[in-house]
Design a protein around this ligand. Structure first.
Ligand code: PLP
Length: 393
């Protein structure tokens, strides 16, 4: 029994590649080459050098003393907020830009909702001197102006998606359309463990540097490489996949996933995909999906833009249905309170996505000697305006 993808990209019944025929040559080229390229010594060397000198890895594993005292358990924070650009997303974009270069691609496209993945993609395109087009819904362009400015400053072109709800899923549709029209010179950098095979597995492998580092850092600090629990927030699920990766098939380590319940799971304004989702297909992958009775995708809601996705990566759909992962839904209010608490107990302002993960301690008790590693996926600078309005600071 394994919780990793098989060679067809299935995690149990989830995953695969449900794509229009016109997209087949693109994903097939990637599928046939990604593992071979990732295992080339020259690729590994270049990837690791950039992670070290450009991203700033390894990120620290920090024992959160005051938080541990408050919740009477041992809490460690994996500090992905200290990565260049302020979150884990750059681990994946560095990996994929190197992949694109090896495949001879000269143009990059990406989709973005809040703009975080767009910024991480524009960053690595600037680094490599490669043309970059980022698709973004018209509504998101209006509400995420600072990130639009960042992408432009980094030299990317931001194209507005005008169809549908004019948000993330529409931007994704536009990006897929572009890729179909430009199959030879263009690589599509997907921003999470979603999309058709091989994306979920490839992105999980790039992000797995997180759990690899946790293993050696915890061994140094605690004399064991196994925590009792690894915890992460789940939007599409890339920071979670990276945090769990080397522990997936190790039953000594509990896996906890935290989803955004928005204004409450049953409020109609939520992004708690596992709790509310039914099996369906989104962006080329069979997974759990928030949908209406007749299969139309439901518009998700969360105060946190990064968790505001109606699906979840197939790895997580499998972790949920198999019972390997424990899934907890956290409301906006609970997340905001946890973000404020962590700021004042540890001097670290987390991204609102990450604040959801911190709220689990009010949902669930741990033993005094349990070691709980929380992936601190990103820093809160980008969310300051939301914190200001919420707390009337
Ligand atoms: C984008 C983002 C997330 C959600 O994306 P995943 O693919 O689920 O990791 C979580 N935290 C931060 C800080 C983000 O920027």
């Amino acid at each position: 029994m394994t919780y990793h993808a098989n060679e067809k990209g299935y995690y149990g019944q989830f995953g695969g590649a449900f794509i229009p025929e016109m997209l087949y040559p693109n994903t097939e080229e990637l599928r046939q080459n990604y593992i071979r390229i990732m295992e080339e010594p020259s690729f590994i060397k270049e990837f690791q050098a950039l992670l070290k000198d450009y991203v700033g890895r390894p990120t620290p594993l920090y024992f959160a003393n005051r938080l541990s005292e408050k919740y009477k358990t041992k809490i460690y924070l994996k500090r992905e907020d200290l990565c260049h650009t302020g979150a884990h997303k750059v681990n994946n974009t560095i990996g994929q830009i190197l992949m694109a270069k090896r495949l001879g691609k000269t143009r990059i496209i990406a989709e973005t909702g809040a703009g975080q993945h767009g910024v991480a993609t524009a960053t690595v395109c600037a680094l490599m001197g490669i043309e970059c087009v980022v698709y973004m819904g018209e509504i998101d362009i209006a509400r995420q102006a600072p990130n639009v400015a960042r992408m432009k400053m980094l030299g990317a072109e931001v194209r507005s998606a005008l169809s549908g709800s004019r948000t993330l899923k529409d931007a994704t549709n536009e990006a897929i359309r572009d890729w179909i029209n430009n199959p030879v010179n263009t690589h599509y950098i997907i921003g999470s463990v979603v999309g058709p095979h091989p994306y979920p597995d490839m992105v999980a492998r790039f992000q797995s540097v997180i759990s690899k580092e946790i293993q050696s850092q915890l061994l140094e600090k605690e004399g064991t490489s196994n925590p009792d629990y690894v915890v992460a927030c789940v939007g599409g699920g890339s920071n979670a996949a990276g945090t769990y990766y080397h522990y997936l098939d190790n039953n000594d380590v509990g896996i906890i996933a935290v989803e955004a319940a928005g204004k409450g799971i049953h409020s109609g304004e939520s992004a708690a995909t596992s709790a509310l989702g039914k099996v369906g297909i989104i962006h080329g992958s069979k997974t759990l999906l928030m949908q209406t009775q007749d299969g139309q995708i439901t518009e998700p809601y969360s105060i946190s833009a990064g968790l505001d996705y109606p699906g979840v990566g197939p790895m997580h759909a499998h972790l949920y249905t198999s019972g390997r992962g424990e899934f907890i839904s956290v409301t906006d209010d609970e997340a905001m309170a946890a973000g404020l608490l962590v700021s004042q107990l540890e001097g670290i302002i987390p991204a609102i996505e990450t604040s959801h993960a911190f709220a689990i301690f009010d949902h669930r008790k741990f033993e005094q000697d349990d070691i709980v590693v929380i992936n601190l996926s990103g820093r809160g600078d980008k969310d300051l305006q939301t914190y200001i309005e919420y707390f009337k600071l």
